[in-house]
Design a protein around this ligand. Structure first.
Ligand SMILES: Cc1cc2nc3c(=O)[nH]c(=O)nc-3n(C[C@H](O)[C@H](O)[C@H](O)COP(=O)(O)OP(=O)(O)OC[C@H]3O[C@@H](n4cnc5c(N)ncnc54)[C@H](O)[C@@H]3O)c2cc1C
Length: 522
């Protein structure tokens, strides 16, 4: 048996919200914790997020809702723990915020779908962190202010507990002891491997596989799917867990939508189209702005575009109840006749008044290697060719490669639906509809995009990773978006709730296990 180079009570892999919450919880129970991050900067996707943590005023009602949206894809005890956790997670965020002198905002905000219990929900967010400026303090990040603020709070809490953090340190594989339990792991920093014992266990908090093209090809029919914000999540934790026998779930499911694509492949991220708060010039929803406006399909938000396939046909509700949950799903259509995916890419079609009014795209990333701001008047994106202008319907058809007659029919039909304020074709909410008044028209390719994946190793209500027989793998825990409970419909704010609720449980469990672990010679 090979010796270990060093020993910790708990080793946490990945420093986003889940890893931070896990490390804090384990340290608060007296554990000596090592927090690993493979990238030079911590934050993962978490730092780009809106920072909305789902809360509830009634665990009972929240459970009813979660059951309906999970459609049998996660067991009741797990959903109950999440629902109960949502009842108290706001208090935990308050405790964390105190370390930074930050202000927490708690608001009621309905869940995304009108299932029973949907009114029982809310959000906890960090409203303000004194002296903190996201652009100055995290210059490599473009995202929503709430996520950056919450990450600053987590960073402060990790620092005040003197948790050891190693950046640019990648977990490579898990090490098992003679009884098959996970005993430690091999990491790599600066090209040298190192064996670390984790007497209480290893907690995988290293995100999903939104930047792992090979896994997407295997698990998803539609392709390519552009990551929305981060390239560091390449499924490493999923592979490590599989190698020690973990079962997987929810691999098909991701928090996604349709998004614009940069013409320069060095900018690999899908770009969110910006929703419009109302029809007044300058009144676009501030995309970096506050919860719950970012998530809620508020009735004053228009979406002045339609999405058409490569034949010029409109085929979807462009503004479903939660566009960043299901916006990509109608694109998954394979035509066996032509052996193509005629909706990938699709085309967002809008008109002059919309183009003139607001910035149409909102880039998000945690990546020091790119630098892209969407211009306020869309001119730069027009010059770059991300958006294209068509001075006639014929030119628009040529841009898309569609037949003029088909496109004319689509646009005339859409405008009739707008005039009657009812989308008989795809059920889009009338308040979001706006007539296309072109020419000129503007068109941009849209592709499926993934904010974060939900699939990964199955865990139980104690965050213990399970094998294919449903038995916990000793010493192995998971938290955060690696193996999320969401396996059917997503709940906005649900992933961060999982990061903090599941992270706290995993940290406490691993710390407790460390207290009973036998001594081991290094
Ligand atoms: C624009 C945007 C807005 C969002 N807003 C919200 C929101 O308001 N509320 C909500 O609930 N959800 C939101 N989400 C989703 C949410 O941000 C994520 O689900 C959540 O942050 C994931 O947290 P995590 O800690 O599990 O993963 P991450 O934050 O991605 O952290 C995982 C970390 O593990 C590291 N890692 C990976 N492999 C290894 C390895 N081998 N060794 C060491 N480290 C490794 C990664 O580099 C990364 O830093 C949003 C997503 C996007 C893109």
């Amino acid at each position: 048996m090979q010796a270990y180079d060093e020993t910790f009570d708990v080793v946490v892999v990945g420093f986003g919200f889940a890893g931070g919450a896990t490390a804090i919880a384990a340290a608060d129970r007296g554990a000596r914790v090592l927090l690993l991050e493979k990238m030079p900067e911590p934050g993962g996707i978490s730092i780009c997020s809106a920072g909305g943590v789902r809360t509830t005023s009634s665990a009972k009602d929240a459970l009813v809702y979660l059951r309906a949206t999970n459609a049998g894809t996660a067991p009741d005890d797990l959903l109950r723990v999440l629902a109960e956790g949502m009842r108290t997670v706001g208090g935990f965020i308050e405790q964390l915020a105190a370390a930074s002198g930050a202000k927490v905002s708690h608001v009621q905000a309905d869940a995304n779908y009108p299932f029973e219990g949907f009114r029982s929900f809310g959000f906890a967010t960090i409203a303000d962190v004194p002296g903190f400026d996201p652009r100055r303090d995290f210059p490599h990040v473009r995202g929503l202010r709430g996520g950056a603020r919450l990450f600053k709070v987590v960073l402060d809490n990790v620092a005040t507990r003197a948790i050891e953090v190693r950046l640019s340190c990648r977990a490579l594989e898990l090490v098992r002891g003679p009884a098959g339990d996970v005993e430690g792991l091999v990491v790599e920093k600066g090209g040298s491997p190192r064996r670390i014992r984790a007497s209480g266990g290893v907690v995988l908090a290293c995100g999903g596989f939104e930047a792992a093209r090979d896994m997407q090809i295997q698990y998803w029919q539609e392709k390519p799917v552009l990551p929305s914000a981060y390239l560091g999540n390449t499924g490493d934790g999923i592979r490590m867990a599989q190698a020690v026998g973990a079962d997987l779930w929810h691999m098909w499911h991701y928090h996604g939508s349709y998004g614009l694509r940069h013409v320069d492949p060095r900018y690999p991220y899908g770009i969110r189209p910006t929703r419009f708060r109302d029809w007044t010039p300058g009144a676009a929803l501030d995309p970096e702005g506050e919860i719950p406006a970012f998530f809620t399909a508020a009735q004053d938000m228009r979406m002045p575009w339609i999405v058409v396939d490569q034949t010029g046909r409109r085929y979807m509700n462009e503004y479903p109840p939660y566009v960043t949950d299901t916006g990509h799903r109608p694109m998954i259509h394979f035509d066996p006749g032509t052996q193509t995916y005629p909706r990938i890419p699709s085309y967002l079609v809008t008109d002059g008044p919309a183009f003139e009014r607001h910035a149409l795209g909102f880039p998000t990333y945690n990546d020091p290697g790119v630098d892209f701001e969407w211009s306020p008047d869309n001119r730069r994106e027009l010059e770059l060719g991300i958006i294209k202008r068509a001075d006639s319907l014929e030119a628009l058809a040529a841009l898309i490669g569609a037949e003029v007659a088909r496109l004319r029919e689509t646009i005339e039909r859409w405008n009739r639906l707008c005039q009657q304020s009812r989308d008989e074709d795809h059920g889009r909410e009338s308040w979001s509809m706006a007539v296309l008044s072109g020419p000129p028209f503007y068109a941009a390719e849209v592709w499926p995009t993934v904010a974060n994946t939900q699939g990964g190793p199955i865990h139980d209500s104690r965050q213990r990773v399970l094998n294919a027989h449903g038995t916990p793998i000793g010493g192995l825990f998971a938290a955060g978006e690696i193996g999320s409970v969401f396996g059917h419909l997503y709940l906005s704010g649900g992933n961060l709730a999982e990061c903090f609720i599941g992270g706290r449980i995993a940290g406490a469990e691993a710390a407790a296990r460390a207290r009973t672990a036998p001594p081991c010679a290094e």
